[in-house]
Design a protein around this ligand. Structure first.
Ligand code: TTP
Ligand code: MG
Length: 360
């Protein structure tokens, strides 16, 4: 029996948790991220409530730009430990509904269900999930249902917030082909631009282009895109669920050459990044630090390990060594740390952590 896949993604996750904490914020534009300091603050937007998005505010945008777009918005700092705790409780709710749970990030997961025979049953299940998350956590989510992870994930995104979008197997083509290519998981701005040069803007155009052209231009990634465009999945260990890298960075309020502060900050970033490494259930082989100085010169330094690792001490040590090699008294504006060459060998561990029992 072909499994039916549900993709659950929380709506404006961090912002919704903040609104739940302080209900007076309901209906207001809320931005979670750095302090905008009246428009002179640095750092980026983590997420924004849908009311704030109406002003054009988006994740990843400079906080100063968000302030310029909507100075009256409520700007709040990021409270990761709270969001992680809520995430854990939501994953526990989800697993009670699934044959198998595949957490993807802090606010999304795939549910693989083989017990239910029809898409109508899946719709009933999705409504139950939305109701239970709303009742137990007072938070809303959007759900996509389809025959593959790719389709389910795109479907969950298409009618946010509070959406439920169902794409049965016989409607996959009609659903996917008109959509812009950037809706496919993994296609970011760079690939989007390169595809546009080839005249490919929609998933339909991607599905029709000669696969040799994709292979020449993008290598293995081209072959993968071709499969995605045809609604395909590469299975639970596919590239789409293994991020290519994970990173954290921070912009200092004031440029600094204080080496203690720089080293402490790098250690904090590495610890925070390690939480994501655990959450994603991945191991890394390469650790890269990023340093931007007061002149905006950005330098990265990497070290590749002989074996994949998920070790916190190792990550902190490598990041610290790379930083110390770099420090030469110049003033620093931004520090970052990234892990890449990720493998998903720990996926099962991560599921185990969420559900407390082996995969069924
Ligand atoms: P998303 O699910 O991408 O965004 P969202 O839940 O805020 O909004 P949507 O309703 O569109 O799903 O990401 C989940 C959380 O991850 C988000 O609340 C904040 C965090 N995040 C960042 O910190 N930086 C980012 O650039 C993105 C995209 C998300
Ligand atoms: Mg979300």
């Amino acid at each position: 029996m072909i499994p039916i896949i549900l993709h659950v993604d929380m709506d404006s996750f961090f912002a919704s948790i903040e609104v739940r904490k302080n209900p007076a914020l309901r209906g207001l534009p809320v931005v979670v991220g750095a302090d905008p300091k009246g428009g002179t603050g640095r750092g980026v937007v983590s997420t924004a409530s849908y009311e704030a998005r109406a002003f054009g505010i988006r994740s990843g945008m400079a906080i100063s730009r968000a302030y310029a777009l909507c100075p009256q918005a409520i700007f709040l700092p990021v409270d990761f430990s709270l969001y992680r705790e809520v995430s854990r409780r939501i994953m526990e709710i989800l697993i009670s509904f699934a044959d198998r749970l595949e957490p993807v990030s802090i606010d999304e997961a795939f549910l693989i269900v083989t017990r239910i025979p029809t898409y109508d049953d899946a719709i009933t299940l999705a409504r139950k999930i939305q109701k239970e998350i709303l009742e137990k956590e007072q938070l809303s989510c959007s759900i996509g249902i389809g025959p593959s992870r790719t389709v389910a994930k795109i479907a969950s995104d298409i009618q946010k917030p509070g959406g439920l979008t169902v794409v049965p197997p016989d409607q996959v083509e009609a659903f996917l082909l008109p959509l812009p290519v950037h809706m496919l998981p993994g296609i970011g701005k760079k690939t989007d631009r390169e595809l546009a040069i080839l005249g490919v803007r929609t998933i339909g155009e991607l599905a029709r282009i000669d696969i040799q052209i994709l292979r020449e231009r993008f290598g293995r990634w081209g072959l993968y895109m071709d499969q995605l465009a045809h609604g395909g999945d590469l299975g639970s260990h596919s590239v789409e669920e293994t991020p290519r890298s994970l990173s954290r960075e921070i912009t200092f309020d004031e440029d600094t050459r204080d080496s203690d502060l720089l080293e402490r900050t790098m250690d904090d970033l590495a610890k925070d990044l390690h939480e994501s490494v655990n959450q994603e259930g991945v191991r890394f082989r390469t650790v890269t630090i990023k340093v931007r100085d007061e002149d905006f010169t950005t330098v990265t330094r990497s070290r590749t390990l002989p074996h994949p690792s998920a070790d916190l001490d190792l990550l902190c040590r490598e990041a610290g060594c790379l930083l110390r090699e770099f420090l030469d008294g110049r003033k620093i504006r931004l520090l970052g740390v990234r892990v890449s060459h990720l493998t998903d060998s720990a996926v099962q561990e991560s599921i185990g952590r969420y559900i407390g029992s082996p995969e069924r």
